[in-house]
Design a protein around this ligand. Structure first.
Ligand SMILES: [Mg+2]
Length: 256
């Protein structure tokens, strides 16, 4: 075999190994052995599954080849069906608990991709295939027009009617309190027990640690936290999240 052909083979092998390594980082790889050759089959379904059950952590972008799948999932009904399933499971669990009526039995709702949807933003940013830019996202938040996630609002109203308190806890900052309040009211939420945003001292703290700290403060005040609802595992992990936690789908971004 000539040196050019050798070079082509070496390049092919190196490229394949790089591809395997990068896909393995994202949990995308399905390795298939065919007549002694390892083939690579990209699987966006595998990305979706592994991202949602928290096997992948720290991912920064949706893989390019999965933009179409995520767009279809978000826009054509399956997201709504899945969100409705999450909400129904949470309602079912809480229906077996009777609040004491002193206002201290509470559940915690996250805001972004939980109470409110940022889908219009992500439709303009390739469903998470573009790397997140905080300043650009903040401009969107300042518009205050994030639409409601209807099934979550329905649960919110049912819980309030059942004498539950709902605490809204978000990674948004205190500087965004007014616009967030306006957006929540416009979306149909009202009379929340508390709206907790990041104070300046909490900025820079990872989301999970920040939320644990705030939940423990709520417990110290005497609140009985029964459940948490959020789209990120960092909304749901660690102490004081409640007896049960409920994870909404979000294949567009990951927050540690
Ligand atoms: Mg969220």
């Amino acid at each position: 075999m000539g040196s050019f052909a050798d070079g082509v083979v070496v390049c092919f092998v190196i490229s394949a190994l790089v591809l395997l390594a990068s896909c393995a980082e994202l949990g995308l790889g399905t390795r298939i052995v065919d007549n002694g050759h390892i083939l690579m089959k990209t699987s966006c379904s595998s990305f979706f599954y592994n991202s949602q059950v928290n096997n992948l952590q720290g991912w920064l972008e949706v893989p390019e080849e999965c933009e179409g799948m995520v767009a279809h999932y978000m826009n054509h009904g399956q997201y709504d069906v899945d969100a409705d399933g999450v909400v129904t499971a949470m309602a079912d669990y809480l229906s077996d608990v009777v609040p004491q009526g002193d206002g201290m039995d509470v559940v915690i709702f996250d805001i972004d991709e939980t109470a409110l949807s940022n889908l219009p933003y992500y439709q303009r940013h390739r469903y998470g295939c573009e790397r997140f830019v905080h300043a650009i996202f903040s401009e969107w938040v300042e518009e205050g027009i994030a639409p409601v996630i209807a099934s979550v609002l329905r649960l919110y109203k049912e819980l309030q009617a059942g004498k539950w308190g709902v605490i809204l806890m978000t990674g948004r900052t205190e500087r965004q309190r007014n616009i967030t309040t306006q957006n929540l009211l416009a979306a149909g939420y009202d009379s929340w027990t508390s709206l907790i945003l990041r104070s300046p001292e909490d900025e820079g703290t990872p989301a999970a640690a920040y939320k644990i700290k705030k939940r423990l403060e709520l417990q110290e005040k005497g609140y009985r936290i029964w459940a948490s609802l959020g789209d990120q595992w960092s909304d749901l992990t660690g102490p004081a999240a409640g007896n049960r936690t409920f994870k909404l789908p979000n294949p567009m971004y990951y927050i540690a």
